[in-house]
Design a protein around this ligand. Structure first.
Ligand code: FBP
Length: 548
């Protein structure tokens, strides 16, 4: 494998660990926990894994002897920078407990467990991937682990390989499945533990105990670098409005973080759109007003950040998508036989009056994208909806009508971008390299202590790594009941942007000024070597959330 100079230098980077994980570990148990909502329903569904205590690790000088612990690992869902470091943390952690322990990777996601597709991850292999981006060491996949027969097929191979614990590295849905699997194996008294790790660039798997999901830091820094570059181009040529859609699924954490890093002229926050009950036309009008006001000052250029999940948050669209989800889940078979050219009319004829009218009013392309296949968890694939083009076209139309009315003088030319894949596999920032390695190490300590149904956690991460607090959080603690595929299911609650949270408030206090004054910030590329204020800064989101 040919390596870049940076890859070679980066391979030697030793990720930092919290003090408690550096030597022998003492496990401290807190009080019993409860799910965030729907306690009775969740308790009933998870009789063996509900109510467990929070775990915190402390250092001790009493080193214990551990038997051989074979562990399996799965990477689930979208790539996020740092996954390889979670795996190397688990590897180093279990080898430290007992050098004969083995780590097996299941290939291409949860499907690898069911299909018995695996490889042993030896020291040579692990060393090739330390501090690198991507999930290519074993690949990832989106197979949903939910059926008893899948759990049983998995159990066959776990037993055959003598695997005592399985670590599932995934987002909210994959960790929900990890918890269901933990409960199943516990009920069966199979002796297999299941531990989750919080992964997703989207930043929406976080709560009081999980500060951030890994990958968010690096991905936002990559997007902010490119947004900064575009802003400099924009401010040099002074002739384009750039409409930039950012990945992140439903939540607008990525867009908000990038706005805090780069100070664009406009950034839409889906959660605000929902709370203000804004229509598509309201959003378009608000953008067009900024374009017109800047044009009046002679500035026919600017930047607009758009979260990829926006469409789902426009209340009228949300109601439509919800009915569409239930309808398509219940009538998948019949729908698959409808000719493409008749699908739109078919859907209109089946929806309630209000939703049919909204659906009929959508441009053809967007309507089609809304009825495309859901992902295996029943979510609309929002990354396929070209909101950036939809908005810029509607803004252009509005400006043209204002021009006729004499309300707008200026030129409007748009460029479109969608950033997502550019950042998902970037080499992890120091923050993600350290955070992920610590998460993997914490997972191995939870395994050593016989825990199951826990998510590895590392907190206090705006402080130097030495002071980070590692432990475990019962996954049931993060759950509530939600409607999925037309049925109520226990799921980890997604963390959306809080409008009363410090990051949003900091943005809201500045945005009117950023709209008019060209005050772009150019963060530049992630730095891996150099002064700590350049290389080790956590996200603005985390800094604002944790500012005391
Ligand atoms: P998860 O980490 O939740 O799996 O998703 C990350 C993500 O990048 C989303 O931001 C995006 O909507 C989705 O994956 C796209 O997935 P895919 O590349 O599989 O279509």
């Amino acid at each position: 494998m040919t390596k870049s100079a940076l890859q070679i230098a980066r391979a030697a980077y030793q990720p930092k660990l919290p003090k408690a994980l550096k030597g022998a570990v003492k496990v401290m148990e807190g009080a019993p926990t409860q799910s965030i909502a729907d306690q009775e329903a969740i308790k009933k569904l998870f009789p063996n894994t509900y109510g467990m205590p929070l775990i915190t690790f402390e250092s001790t000088d009493k080193a214990a002897e551990f038997p051989v612990i074979n562990v399996g690992v799965i990477l689930s869902g979208g790539q996020a920078p740092g996954g390889h470091n979670v795996i190397s943390g688990i590897f180093d952690g279990i080898k430290k407990l007992n050098k004969d322990s083995k780590l097996y990777g299941f290939i291409l996601g949860p499907g690898g467990l069911v299909d018995h597709n695996y490889m042993e991850l030896t020291a040579d292999i692990i060393d090739e991937y330390r501090n690198t981006g991507g999930f290519d060491i074993i690949g990832s996949g989106r197979t949903k682990l939910e059926k008893e027969e899948q759990f049983e097929k998995g159990y066959e191979i776990l037993k055959e390989l003598g695997i005592k614990a399985l670590v599932i590295i995934g987002g909210d849905d994959s960790n929900t499945n990890a918890c269901v699997l933990a409960e199943y194996y516990a009920a069966k008294q199979s002796g297999v533990q299941v531990i989750g790790c919080p992964k997703t660039i989207d930043g929406d798997l976080k709560n009081e105990m999980i500060e951030t999901s890994f990958g968010f830091d690096t991905a936002c820094k990559v997007y902010s670098e490119v947004i900064g570059n575009i802003q400099r181009d924009c401010n040099s040529a002074r002739k384009y409005w750039h409409f930039i859609k950012l990945m992140g699924r439903s939540a607008s954490h990525i867009a908000l973080e990038c706005a805090l890093q780069t100070q664009p002229n406009i950034c839409i926050i889906s959660e605000e759109v929902e709370s203000k009950d804004m229509s598509l036309d309201d959003i378009v009008t608000s953008i067009a007003q900024v374009v017109a006001a800047r044009a009046a000052q002679g500035n026919n250029f600017g930047t607009v950040l758009i979260p990829e999940g926006l469409i789902e948050f426009i209340p009228a669209m949300k109601r439509l998508i919800s009915e569409l989800n239930d309808f398509l889940a219940a009538n998948a078979e019949e729908f698959s036989h409808i000719k493409k050219s008749h699908q739109r009319d078919y859907i209109i004829s089946k929806l309630s009056k209000e939703n049919a009218a909204v659906y009929a009013s959508l441009p053809e392309g967007v309507a089609r994208q809304l009825s495309l296949d859901r992902d295996p968890h029943g979510n609309v694939q929002v990354s396929l909806i070209e909101t950036e083009k939809l908005l810029s076209e509607m803004v252009a139309t509005k400006l043209a009508s204002w021009k006729e009315e004499g309300k707008y003088v200026g030129k409007f030319a748009a460029q479109h971008h969608f950033f997502g894949y550019e950042g998902r596999c970037a080499a992890p920032s120091n923050y993600d390299a350290d955070y992920c390695y610590s998460l993997g190490y914490a997972a191995s300590a939870l395994i050593a202590d016989g825990k199951t149904g826990y998510m590895a956690s590392v907190r206090n991460t705006t402080a130097p790594a030495d002071q980070w607090v590692a432990g475990g959080v019962p996954i049931t603690m993060m759950m509530n009941m939600e409607r999925r595929h037309g049925e109520m299911k226990p799921v980890i609650q997604k963390a959306l942007v809080k409008l009363d949270g410090a990051p949003f408030k900091a943005f809201a206090a500045k945005r009117d000024s950023w709209a008019m004054v060209t005050d772009y910030v150019y963060p530049g590329p992630i730095q891996y070597f150099g002064p700590t204020e350049v290389c080790d800064q956590p996200t603005k989101t985390l800094q604002l959330e944790q500012a005391k």
